[in-house]
Structure formats: C-alpha cells, structure tokens
Design a protein around this ligand. Sequence first.
Ligand SMILES: Nc1nc2c(ncn2[C@@H]2O[C@H](COP(=O)(O)OP(=O)(O)OP(=O)(O)O)[C@@H](O)[C@H]2O)c(=O)[nH]1
Length: 461
Amino acid sequence: MEPRSFEGDADRPRPSDHQPTGRAIVIGPYLRARRGDPDPQAEIHAQRSSQARLEEAAGLALAIDLTVAEAILAPISQIRPATYLGKGKVEEILGSIKAHEADLVVMDCALSPIQQRNLEKAWGAKVLDRTGLILEIFGRRAKTKEGALQVELAHLNYQRSRLVRSWTHLERQRGGFGFMGGPGETQIEADRRLIGDRISKIENEIKKVQGTRRLHRAGRQRVPYRVVALVGYTNAGKSTLFNRLTRADVQAADMLFATLDPTLRALHLPHGGKAMLSDTVGFISNLPTQLVAAFRATLEEVLEADLILHVRDIAHEDADAQQDDVSAVLRQLGIDPEAGGGGRIIEVWNKIDQFASDELDNLRNIAARRDPEHPCLLVSAVTGEGVDALLLAIEDRLAAARITLDLSIDASDGAGVSWLHRNTEVLEKELQDGRFAMTVRVDPTKRDTVISRFGAVLHPE
Ligand SMILES: Nc1nc2c(ncn2[C@@H]2O[C@H](COP(=O)(O)OP(=O)(O)OP(=O)(O)O)[C@@H](O)[C@H]2O)c(=O)[nH]1
C-alpha cells in the first residue's frame, strides 16, 4: 500500500536535534481477512474501512498541530502481545520514522502499556495510541472550566495506568498534555505521586464547578424553555447547523472536535415559540469509555433534552458506520436510539449540497420510506436548504409533548381559573391565603400563554 502524505511542510525551519520535530507517522493497523474467507471481498472491505479510519486518525493528528509525514495502513494477521505489530512491520515503520525524522508515531488502536513501551524502544520515538490521541484533542478543545477539568482527570487516570514512559510527565507543552517531551524515566515515581495529588485536587474542583452548574441549571428551569440538543459524529456539521438555526456565531471549523462543551442559544420557532438549542461534543468511533463517563456531566443537556437532533454527514462514505458509533455513545448515555430515543430523536441528514440531483432524489425516496418513529430530514447547513422544514419539524415534535407547570392565581380571578380548567389539565389545586396554587399539564401551544398570563414556572421533576 502506498503511504499517503497529508501535509507538506517543506518550508518549515529544521528543528534542532533536541527539539521535537512535531512530525508524526500515523499507523492504521487492521486485521487481515482470513485466508479461505468465503467472501473474496472481505480483504477489500477490511482495507476500505481501515483506509477511512486511517484518514480520520491522520485528521485527528492534524487537529493537534502535528505534521503528518506519512500515514500507513498496516494489515496484520494477529495482534502480538509484545509489540502489537509483527517484527517485519516494526522494522519497516522504523525505516519510515528515520526517513522522515519523525519523533512521534500514532498507532490508531488501543495499545497495552507494555506494547507502547516496547514500540517506543524499537522506534526511538514517542508512541501515542488512539485513546491518548483523543484525550490530547479533547484537552485542547475543552471550552468550559468543567470540560477542561473532566478531560484532565480522564487523562491523568489514563497516564497513571501506564506510567512507563517519559512523555507522561505532568509538564504541559504546546498547550496539550505534554506527550511531546518529558524528563525521562527517573521522574516516574515523582510523577506518580504528583498525579495522585493532582487527581484529588481536580476531583475537588470538579465538585465545586458542578455545584455552580447546578445553580445555573436551576435558574434556567425557572425559565421554562424546551431544550433541543444537537448530537452527531465529529465534523457532521453540528456547529454550522447550530449557527444556521440560531444565527449565532459559534466557531465552525474544518477541524475535528471544534466543539467540546455544550453551547446553549435561543431557537426561534416558525410560529413565534421559543426553545433552547444546545450544541454538544462531536462523537467518534472507539471513544474511550473513561471519556464517555467523564462527559456524562457535560452531556446532561442531551440526557435532559426534549428533542435530540442527530446530525449526520450523509455525504460521508462512512455515514452508516458513524451512525452506529453515535448510537453506541447514546446507548452508553442511557438513550435508546433504536426506539427513536422514546420519540425524542430526529435524524438530520446534512450536507445534501454535495449530491447530484438524481442522487438527491434517491435519498429523498429513502427518507420518505422511513417509519415515522425514526423521522429524518434532509438539509444543507451551508446553503440553508431544508432548514425551514427542519424548524417546522422541531416545532411539531415539541408540540407533541406536554409539559407540567406550577402557578399561583388569585382565587377571585374566576375568568382566569376557568380558562385554566378549559385549556389545561389541572393536576393539583390548593387554596392558600386567597390564592390557588395549581399544577397544570399543558399542550406546548398553550404553554407560552400560561407562562406569560399566569407567571407559571416549570414543575420540578
Ligand atoms: N458541503 C457542506 N459542508 C458542510 C455542511 N455543514 C457543515 N459543513 C462543513 O463541515 C465541516 C465541519 O462542520 P462543523 O459544523 O464544524 O462540524 P461539527 O459537527 O460541529 O464538528 P465537531 O465540533 O468536530 O463535532 C466544516 O468545514 C463545515 O463547513 C453542509 O451542509 N454542506
């Protein structure tokens, strides 16, 4: 397989011997199809998806400012316990490392600490596996204080489990977690102690930040807006759609994980109603489980959303695999995508501007045949096509659900009380000091009226 070069960097000044070059080789190992596989296409299939994975891994490396000198697919027949790859492959890659003067190798797989150490010795270069790479990216992209703390905690736990190499020193370099350098093995014991201390400190800080967050959330609940959350594979176009829907200016970058923490903005619905739209972290295949756990808190918006928009890059060759990955993360969060998230999920097939008109017709036919439990809408966040229909669908879905509100009304306001009886479902009504304290369930079309006319607030769950 021809190696691929991702970024020419010829004009860059040559670094001195002691400085990291920032040049990386990305390796995509994949298990070769078995000989005698009844499906002759199996090897080709294995290669094709591995090639897409490799390109994604190279994209991730670029996202942390590495120069990807070469990206190499590495078919293997079995995983070696000591070095993951076979001896021949290890040597072949050593040749590439020397040729490019690379000082980092990204292995797009999960390595055991032993495999990582052995490969680093064999190659004389730092080795980062997929988890390490994703942690690095998450660390750089975290926008809120809690996000940054959660990532650092996940990163420290990951480091503690594999404190065998020099890059694990706590000193940060280049804004990340410092895998590009470090003081060497003699520091390991000190590092271990430092990491332990740092972990307890961060855990305390997270508790404090979460306390503040809870207060903010409680404040928001008093303003009873429905929440619509965007989820999707990284680079699916969530931020672009978010901007399009809210006319806000959230950074949209052709860079993976441009969004890490939820961002919340007002969403104006076609018939005057209002909801809150939240943009969330981009999901990715093989998202390390410790990160899913770490981000549970930051993904609270998704868990509690009234409606989830699953944004998909429908023009991507791996669109189906990406959907499976997103579904897996949603399941880990306790949302069942197969059941349409309990009627809470709308799929948004984005980037339709990339299709020729006959392909698009085809896509529309497929969409039209979907069962109504799993609705999907076709849009282009860039051109705006389909966005009005999406807004109507959001409004419709939100209208289908009812919410519970608390209010207090002067008992002598007979007209008001009877309006409430006619237009809402009264769940509780209690007379206190000449006023009725009422809990009512309302259709969202009446919600705004009940809020503005009676000063209702959301009933606490
Ligand atoms: N052609 C086309 N490109 C789009 C469309 N929507 C988004 N993009 C591009 O896709 C890239 C990623 O878009 P983002 O909005 O940053 O994606 P995201 O899902 O928020 O990404 P993460 O933050 O990584 O989760 C950008 O280059 C966008 O310009 C679309 O409808 N059509």
